[in-house]
Design a protein around this ligand. Structure first.
Ligand SMILES: Nc1ncnc2c1ncn2[C@@H]1O[C@H](COP(=O)(O)OP(=O)(O)OP(=O)(O)O)[C@@H](O)[C@H]1O
Ligand SMILES: [Mg+2]
Length: 505
């Protein structure tokens, strides 16, 4: 951090109040500041108000009261366009690229500029992007079409977009939640470059290791209020965890021993084409027995999602078989926590309780086959909301108003409480805070103890090591390694993930 004087402060949020529902302030008299040349971590539980606060700084939302000062001067933002003009940019939890555009087009064209395409000097613009790429060591191919690019690359495009608009204050909302360890490392290098060039970086994250590794200062929010502002080198993950949750964190979950003998899922010599017609799955076989947690590690995009979707009947297979015990019995459907929750997991225009029974409407608990039993549905959701600590505690709240982490909890709750023999889970704790992650881990273990077979896809290796009975590593559409969690480690798994090692044909 550079020398900090009152006039070098780049961002000051003073006494910000924002409420979406009467009686609860999502931001409750929040003060926040950040300096040029600083990486400032903003942390707190799901629903604590982090995204709301940053959306106010970015002009997406207007505060009910309070002030924004940029470089010491009061600013009034009516929209993100106003914020961008004063050098404030934000990369959201969910990216907003135009799929059909090339990378270069996405960087150069802001939504509001689209109609001025023909008057933009493409050559000069491209030169500027090339220089930005170079000075911040951001590697992307400018001519690629954006749709279908790996999330790590899409994120780089979003960052270049901000730099192209001369952002000096850059907000990143959970940028690493969807990245692999390697992509995270690259992102952090870029952030360090940006910091050294004097930019103000505000980083929202749930990963305390990252906070300690990369930030200069930390602001902690809990239920809309600031509970701490700390220098990173003077704190610890324990202290931060306490400030986030208001109490000390319980110990780790203990792994149970493996399950029974009955085979629940058998995949045999499976081949699947991806959306572009090339092989996504290239001859995979695996067996999962009752009570077993079968972990799949891998860099995202190596076939994991295609495998999950095929097992859940969402994707056509080219060759091979998938057998699921008892699947002809309609009650024993498959539970699925998808990676792309916005596509398959939730309907954001529906209420929380509607989302909690989505796909389960026919269950006898919720309907008599003709009409929904609203009382039962409401009772069920009240219990689930309490048990999974979903906030707000209001079953009629619209899903789109829930924070990212709380939407995730709702999908997990619906699927984990489903009466199924097989649960297919992708990245169950992505975007969840520490307590919620612990809770989901405990739930996965409990459900497996009841005899459910669980396919657990995750890029969080510590999560896989903690929960799995077996770990398979996928690389290039194949299983290249089968490892015993008791006798392997993150490093070794990493070598299989990047194709350096293989213990299969
Ligand atoms: N557009 C909205 N409409 C209604 N309520 C909202 C809206 N946006 C946020 N909220 C509410 O404001 C509170 C804070 O949400 P916010 O998204 O800021 O949390 P967060 O700290 O970013 O959480 P997460 O870690 O889960 O992303 C929550 O109670 C949320 O339900
Ligand atoms: Mg958020």
């Amino acid at each position: 951090m550079r020398e900090q004087t009152a006039n070098s402060v780049s961002v000051q949020l003073i006494d910000i109040v924002k409420s979406f529902q009467a009686g609860y302030n999502a931001n409750d008299h929040v003060n926040f500041s950040a300096y040029p040349g600083e990486i400032h971590a903003l942390i707190g539980e799901n629903g604590a108000g982090k995204s709301t606060l940053m959306n106010i700084l970015y002009g997406m939302y207007q505060a009910d009261s309070g002030k924004i000062l940029i470089n010491g001067k009061e600013a009034k933002f009516r929209s993100p366009a106003d914020a961008i003009k004063l050098g404030v940019g934000m990369v959201h939890q969910h990216f907003m690229l135009v799929n059909t555009f090339s990378v270069l087009e996405n960087i150069i064209l802001g939504d509001e500029d689209t109609f001025r395409f023909d008057v933009i000097d493409m050559k000069r613009s491209k030169q500027k992007v090339i220089e930005l790429k170079k000075s911040f060591e951001i590697n992307v191919e400018l001519d690629d079409i954006s749709g279908g690019l790996a999330v790590g690359i899409q994120q780089k495009i979003e960052i270049l977009k901000l730099l192209y608009r001369n952002a000096e204050i850059m907000i990143l909302d959970e940028p690493t939640a969807i990245l692999t360890p390697q992509e995270t490392e690259e992102l952090f290098k870029t952030l360090a470059e940006l910091k050294n060039s004097g930019k103000t970086i505000i980083l929202i994250t749930h990963k305390l290791g990252e906070v300690l590794a990369i930030s200069d200062r930390v602001t902690v929010l809990r239920r809309g209020k600031v509970t701490g502002i700390l220098k990173t080198n003077q704190t610890s993950s324990n202290e931060l965890a306490k400030m986030i949750t208001g109490r000390s964190i319980e110990s780790q979950v203990i792994k149970k021993s493996a399950g029974g003998e009955k085979i629940i899922l058998e995949v045999n010599d499976l081949y699947i084409n991806n959306d572009r017609g090339s092989l996504a799955i290239n001859g995979i076989s695996l067996i999962i027995k009752e009570g077993e947690i079968f972990g799949i590690a891998g860099v995202e995009g190596n076939g994991q999602e295609e495998l999950a979707e095929a097992i859940c009947g969402l994707r056509k297979i080219s060759k091979g078989t998938i057998n699921i015990a008892g699947i002809d019995d309609f009650k024993k459907s498959i539970a699925h926590i998808p990676a792309n929750r916005h596509k398959y997991g939730i309907v954001k225009e529906f209420t929380l309780e509607e989302n909690l029974i989505l796909g389960r409407e026919k269950e006898e608990n919720f309907s008599n086959g003709w009409i929904l039993n609203n009382k039962k549905i409401n009772e069920f959701s009240e219990v689930i909301i309490e048990e999974y600590d979903i906030r707000p505690e209001n079953s009629k709240a619209l899903m789109e108003g829930l924070s990212g982490g709380n939407q995730q909890k709702a999908v997990a709750a619906r699927e984990m409480t489903k009466n199924s023999d097989l649960v297919v889970i992708s990245h169950p704790t992505r975007g969840l805070d520490i307590l919620a992650s612990e809770f989901v881990h405990r739930t996965i273990l409990e459900e497996s103890k009841k005899g459910k077979a669980i396919l657990l896809i995750s890029s969080d290796l510590s999560e896989l090591l903690k929960l799995s009975d077996k770990i398979a590593v996928m690389y290039n559409g194949r299983i290249t390694g089968e490892l015993d969690p008791k006798s392997t480690n993150e490093n070794e798994i990493g070598e299989y993930m990047t194709g350096l090692k293989s213990n299969k044909r």
